[in-house]
Design a protein around this ligand. Structure first.
Ligand SMILES: *Cc1c(COP(=O)(O)O)cnc(C)c1O
Length: 346
């Protein structure tokens, strides 16, 4: 027997995804434009993202771990890099894989070299103090003898206009020609908008592919990709003075029509939306009422008298606005979306 369809879904706009990649590729100028697809394509489903972007011409993909690389192996991406490098327990798999580790510490470099690993990437730390070898160690010869495809670094504050961006860029540019690297790569989504001197040979957008916008240049060009929708499980009238949901935080100021939706904080629709999230039916706005439950959500539907059990309601989820509303980051909004959503590409 086939399983019943899920009562909640992510409607995913494949045209918008490809549009966003093309827009970022155009903004990247002469640099190639890759795609960060870690965390299962920021929650959309990495396999579907890779298929669509590869077809559009994207060649360079980035994941965090070897498990994520393994999940994409049969798609044979032209270039796949594993951002967290190689631990001892990754080595057998990594050596047999066409994906490249992004070596991020002196110990990882030694591990890869001692094993006679082939082409690799290297992360250099230029001030973020997260992953990466130091520029001084590179100048001192740490990478000598390695076959490096891409030397990369990562910007700490690309979404802000601060002097640290130029400092990191200059530190990174100073390594040009100091290693065997075929390519240099610095910019994530927001870094692309900082200008041509941040592009180097390859850019690595993630969030903007999926509808995130952290600056005006992106806000103008980037389209929403992810549209959560939940089914109505029950519709009820809440009389004046009665309350809705846990801890009775919302009281009906007048008789109110309420729809109970199949979505909750276990799906990533977190409690920070309590009393302030928004849904919609067509262009009619429907307010979230009271607390978000684990699996359920109440919205006011006085504006949509025809809605009934079994109908679907859209949850407002434009990333910049929704982040401002909820206090969650655009990244958290996407990567928190749970496994109970059916992911439906249109
Ligand atoms: C996640 C990640 C990216 C993509 O960053 P966005 O801000 O989502 O564009 C690029 N490079 C590295 C090293 C990353 O970890």
């Amino acid at each position: 027997m086939t399983r019943p369809a899920a009562p909640l879904r992510l409607s995913l706009d494949g045209d918008a995804l490809v549009h966003n990649w093309r827009a970022l590729a155009a903004m990247s100028g002469d640099a190639a434009c890759g795609a960060a697809v870690k965390a299962d394509g920021y929650g959309l489903g990495a396999r579907d993202v890779v298929r669509r972007l590869a077809q559009a011409g994207c060649r360079d993909f980035f994941v965090a771990t070897w498990a994520e690389a393994a999940a994409l192996a049969d798609l044979e991406p032209a270039s796949l890099a594993v951002l967290h490098g190689v631990r001892d327990e990754d080595m057998a798999f990594a050596l047999a894989s066409p994906a490249r580790p992004v070596l991020a510490s002196a110990a990882q470099v030694a591990r890869w070299r001692d094993a006679g690993g082939g082409a690799c990437d290297v992360m250099v730390d230029t001030g973020m103090n997260r992953l990466g070898v130091s520029a001084d160690d590179i100048i001192a010869g740490l990478l000598d003898g390695l076959t490096i495809d891409t030397l990369m670094s990562h910007l700490a504050c690309a979404d802000e206009s601060v002097p640290m961006n130029a400092r990191q860029r200059d530190a990174f540019a100073g390594l040009a020609g100091r290693t065997s690297a075929r390519r240099l790569s610095l910019a994530n989504s927001a870094g692309i908008a900082l200008g041509a001197d941040y592009h180097f040979d390859l850019t690595r957008p993630g969030i903007a592919l999926y509808g995130g916008a952290q600056c005006a240049a992106h806000a103008e060009r980037i389209r929403q990709v992810v549209f959560p929708q939940a089914q109505i499980l029950q519709r009820r009238r809440v009389p004046t003075g009665e309350t809705v949901g846990y801890n009775a935080t919302w009281t009906a100021p007048a008789d109110t029509q309420v729809a109970i939706l199949n979505i909750g904080y276990a799906d990533g629709y977190l409690r920070s939306f309590s009393g302030k999230g928004r849904a919609h039916s067509g262009d009619r706005a429907l307010p979230v009422l009271g607390r978000v439950s684990m699996d359920l959500l109440a919205v006011g539907v006085d504006a949509a008298p025809e809605l009934a059990e079994g109908d679907w309601i859209g949850i407002d989820y434009a990333l910049p606005e929704t982040a401002a509303l909820s206090g969650l980051s655009q990244y958290e909004l996407l990567t928190g979306l749970g496994q109970r959503f059916a992911r439906v590409w249109k």
